[in-house]
Design a protein around this ligand. Structure first.
Ligand code: URA
Ligand code: CA
Length: 442
């Protein structure tokens, strides 16, 4: 038997812990045998003394073992998943997953609802009339075997240790610790059962890793843990310096996804999907290299097979595929109004986090778990970083249903824009790529 005190002290003094010591701490906490104050001190010791890749992997596996593992053994082939550390207007999943499935990849994805400034894929998809992510597990397996893609809401209890630990981190200034973030994210991903995972680690004003250096460290740490746990891993570090694409909301992001699958989506969104998808196809053993992967992804846009796959998925999950061809069938807000610039100049910066919070203020997202999302509302950007703007010209179109919410969202939104007299280049988008061999700048 270990002493809690001794394990805390050992980590405090910078030593690496054994597998048994980490298991003792995490399972003791989950069972309620170790009190909050000692785990809080333990988390702070990790914050200052860091963990090796092996320690972080043990921590992650212990967190996985606190809950269920999704059993994907009924699904044939290599299951590939993608995870983003959270962005604003991040329409990627809706575009990427159908494209990857159209290219032969196998997408059996457990996904979540939105909370805070980032939207949830389920909320977005459920704006499609009839569509549901509440599938019985057997139906989920059947759909993936038949059409290579299904999205299911998180039903299983994945890594409940994370919730408990996160609550302490939140109150003890230990959220931004790399091993603790890795344990939190990767425990849920490993429990979800995929054989390979491509991570999109965001950096910039809308991300919780604001600098490239921190994001790169996090990316490499997640790759190492995933590989040590027997998964094939790639992580990209990409920009969240401004919202992704133009649409931030639910139905309007579905529309943006459909446009992208039709080949006329925003360039940043399309490029990101092509790059992530190419890596998913490589780890799935489908694409030979990055060029081959990108060519396959672009072809699935050009020949309409990605869009067809989205329709198949919508239909298989109770949605009306006609609404993909005729987007007027998607929910719409009562009002659409332009929010204009009050000066001439160039857009120099857009605070993505604030734009996300403005969209939430319209009703597109949740502040609390049980808030109700309004599927029709959102913000459609007309100006992004680097664009010239004239006084009176629209910065964005607001889709809203409630005048009071509109006014407060508008105030927040306008303050998120920095408009100055000098033109700036549009921000760099791809920063780096990590795999088991290391991290390279892009
Ligand atoms: N997202 C998570 O799920 N956990 C973290 O610790 C940080 C981001
Ligand atoms: Ca978007």
């Amino acid at each position: 038997m270990f002493s809690v005190y001794e394990v805390i002290k050992k980590k405090r003094d910078g030593a690496a812990l054994s597998k048994e010591e980490i298991e003792f701490m995490i399972s003791g906490f989950v069972k309620g045998d170790i009190p909050d104050y000692q785990i809080s001190a333990f988390l702070m010791a990790i914050y200052f003394s860091d963990m090796t890749a092996e320690e972080t992997t043990v921590l992650t596996e212990c967190m996985v073992d606190s809950g269920d593992r999704v059993d994907l053994s009924g699904i044939k082939g290599f299951k590939v998943d993608k995870h983003s550390t959270g962005g604003v207007g991040d329409t990627t999943s809706l575009v990427l997953n159908p494209l990857v499935a159209a290219c032969g990849g196998i997408v059996a994805k457990m996904t979540g609802r939105g909370l805070g400034h980032t939207g949830g894929t389920i909320d977005k998809l459920e704006s499609i009339p009839g569509f549901s992510c509440s599938l019985p597990m057997e139906k989920f397996v059947e759909n993936v075997n038949k059409i290579h893609i299904a999205l299911i809401g998180q039903t299983a209890k994945l890594a409940p240790a994370d919730k408990k630990i996160y609550a302490l981190r939140d109150g003890t200034a230990t959220v931004d610790s790399i091993p603790l973030i890795v344990g939190s994210i990767m425990s849920k991903k490993l429990a979800a059962g995929a054989n390979g995972i491509v991570l999109d680690v965001k950096t910039g004003s809308g991300a919780f890793m604001e600098t490239y250096e921190d994001a790169a460290k996090l990316a490499k740490a997640m790759v190492d843990v995933g590989e040590l746990a027997g998964r094939r891993m790639v992580a990209l570090v990409t920009s969240m310096e401004e919202p992704l694409g133009f649409a931030i909301g639910n139905a309007i992001e579905v529309k943006e996804a459909i446009a992208t699958l039709n080949g006329h989506g925003p360039k940043d969104l399309e490029d990101l999907c092509v790059e992530l998808g190419a890596n998913m196809l490589i780890i799935s053993g489908i694409a030979a290299n990055i060029e081959d992967g990108k060519t396959r992804m672009k072809k699935a846009i050009a020949d309409g097979s990605g869009l067809k796959k989205l329709k198949e998925m919508v239909e298989a999950q109770g949605g009306d595929p006609a609404s993909i061809d005729n987007t007027d069938m998607l929910p719409r807000a009562k009002e659409e109004v332009a929010v204009a610039s009050d000066r001439d100049g160039y857009v120099q910066k857009i605070n993505a986090l604030e734009v996300g919070l403005a969209a939430n203020a319209l009703g597109a997202g949740r502040a609390k778990q049980d808030d109700i999302v309004d599927p029709g509302v959102g913000i459609y950007l007309k100006k992004k970083v680097g664009d010239e703007v004239k006084k009176g010209e629209a910065l964005a179109i607001f889709h809203y249903s409630d005048k009071v919410k509109f006014e407060s969202a508008k105030k927040r939104f306008v303050a998120a824009y920095t408009i100055g007299s000098e033109k700036v280049p549009s921000p760099k988008f791809f920063y780096g790529k990590a795999d088991k061999n290391g991290i390279v700048k892009m």
